[in-house]
Design a protein around this ligand. Structure first.
Ligand SMILES: [Fe+2]
Length: 250
């Protein structure tokens, strides 16, 4: 690279880095202002710890949409491994595990690849388990439905866009519905175990809905039929929990 090109590259990289910091601080400040406004009620669905929490349902509780063996392996092997490796990375990199994991995610570019993969993996799965339920309504209501209709026109249009993001994520990753610091809903997807809280994410926001589209989440039952798994996700999505997350922010 010529000296002038290198200077330009470094300058552009510095600008991009600054933009990422500004955007991240915005999201972090936004979330902390939202959370603090709800402290009196003790509502903290947007704070995640470093240890795996128990499931609110049995391994067969989401049948027939998610099979028992997948739930067992997914929770006890894949997700448990992210939690263990996250704790190892946190010890190695002097992260205070009494603070919310979200604080690490906002600044993930400061940490190792091991931290990125496992902090994301743990956060994403802890959220995912809470988003699932066998006893759920089939559609959102009230303020959340109104916001979806404002930003997408209809629930069906939002779901179609979400499904497309989930289907078209190449390889392993996640599809998201997020609430941005501009107070708008946005659909995006991330590769691997990245998520929209990370300062390296292309689209940033606080996740309201996240869908795991790694093959380990569906392959035993659905084989190569990712689209069918995505369609069935809506039948077990816990809209009440999505609403709880939304209520903390608005
Ligand atoms: Fe997973």
């Amino acid at each position: 690279m010529k000296t002038s090109s290198r200077r330009k590259f470094i300058s552009n990289s510095a600008k991009a880095g600054l933009a990422a910091v500004v955007a991240t601080q915005g999201l972090s400040a936004f979330l902390s202002s939202c959370s603090s406004s709800k402290k009196a009620t003790g509502t903290t669905p947007l704070k995640t710890g470093f240890t795996q929490q128990p499931l609110a349902y049995a391994y067969n509780g989401l049948e027939p949409w998610i099979d028992t063996e997948t739930m067992d392996i997914h929770y006890n092997k894949h997700a448990a491994s992210y939690a263990k490796n996250l704790q190892d990375a946190a010890r190695d990199e002097a992260v205070d595990m009494n603070k919310p994991l979200e604080d690490v995610l906002y600044n993930i570019s400061k940490y190792s690849v091991k931290m990125r993969n496992n902090a994301g993996g743990h956060y994403n799965h802890e959220l995912f388990w809470k988003l699932l339920s066998a006893n759920t309504t089939t559609k959102p209501q009230g303020s959340l439905l109104a916001m979806i209709e404002r930003d997408f026109g209809s629930l069906e249009t939002m779901q179609k866009a979400f499904n497309e993001a989930a289907k078209s994520r190449f390889g392993s990753g996640w599809a998201w519905l997020v609430y941005t610091d501009k107070k708008q809903l946005l659909i995006c997807s991330t590769p691997n175990q990245d998520n929209p809280l990370m300062n390296i994410a292309e689209s940033k926001g606080i996740p309201l809905i996240g869908l795991d589209v790694w093959e380990h989440a569906y392959y035993l039952k659905y084989r190569n039929r990712r689209a069918e798994y995505i369609d069935n996700f809506w039948k077990i999505l816990n809209w009440n929990y999505v609403q709880q997350r939304f209520d903390v922010m608005r």
